[in-house]
Design a binder for this molecule. Sequence first.
Ligand SMILES: Nc1ncnc2c1ncn2[C@@H]1O[C@H](COP(=O)(O)OP(=O)(O)OP(=O)(O)O)[C@@H](O)[C@H]1O
Length: 315
Amino acid sequence: MMNVAVSDEARPKTGVRAPAPPALISMKQVCKGYGSGESRVEVLENINLNLRQGEFLAVVGFSGSGKSTLTKMLAGLETPDSGTLEMEGQPIIGPSQERGIVFQNYSLLPWLTVRGNISLSVDRVFQHWSKADRRAHVEKFIEMVGLTHAVHRRPHELSGGMRQRVSLARTLAMKPKVLLLDEPLSALDALTRSVLQEEILKIWEEERQTCLLITNDVDEAILLADRIVPLNAGPNASLGPAFAVQLDRPRNKTALNDSPQFKGLRNAVTNYLVAVRQKSRDEQQMASEQPPIQLPDLKPRSMRLPSKAILNAPI
Ligand SMILES: Nc1ncnc2c1ncn2[C@@H]1O[C@H](COP(=O)(O)OP(=O)(O)OP(=O)(O)O)[C@@H](O)[C@H]1O
């Protein structure tokens, strides 16, 4: 692996460093699987993760490694089988508006307009505000995601990228302490994805909200995050060492493409992921290999057809 900064608890501390901000969410020795008996799948094993106040953390991993399972636990939609999962020292035991989540498949209400979808959440969360304040708040987030021209449209009248913008605005408008982005751009075409990456970056740089992004795109993780944690291939996936993204902010995607630091980090994270997946495949192959079966050395008594054989008969 290249000489790239590996941060976090994985490394022994050398020299004097500024103390890391406190953990807003912490996971200790968390394990999670599904099913029972022979169909039981152990998805995540001994997950230790601190999501620090104000940081943008990206978890990258291959499809099926357990990324969504991890987010669902953080959101309080799934419970760990063992280990501890806390936010500000309190166990996470269910969903909360303090943890806003944006999924890959935007779940907008089809009968409501852009404004209606966002207002619904704002009106519920900020019931104690005046109607005018709530309205102004909704408009601010519609503008933030560039949908002012489409406020009256319903989801079926929007492109995939626009729908995901509504989804993002709706979650941001609830002012959660933590933003959980579960592959929010995976379903979009490359161009829209790229535009939205820049928008998320811009919004995050204004708000500096604690954010955890789940993605399978290493470039996206480097562009957005302060730290990248690889999720090793499953089953029994664990987290790898964190890679610090020491690229100046504000970041610019075009400029980053020429940055040797960007390219070095991309290689390091990609090589790490590929190596752990290969190791996991080798281990699975070895585990499934059976001792060779000895077949009896049989010879037919005769190669002649039986006398009553009917050749070329229709079947
Ligand atoms: N509710 C469930 N019941 C049973 N198995 C599940 C459940 N949810 C996920 N799994 C299994 O757990 C494993 C990890 O799934 P998960 O969705 O967390 O992975 P992922 O990394 O997010 O995948 P992808 O990138 O394809 O979305 C998969 O084998 C999946 O089939």
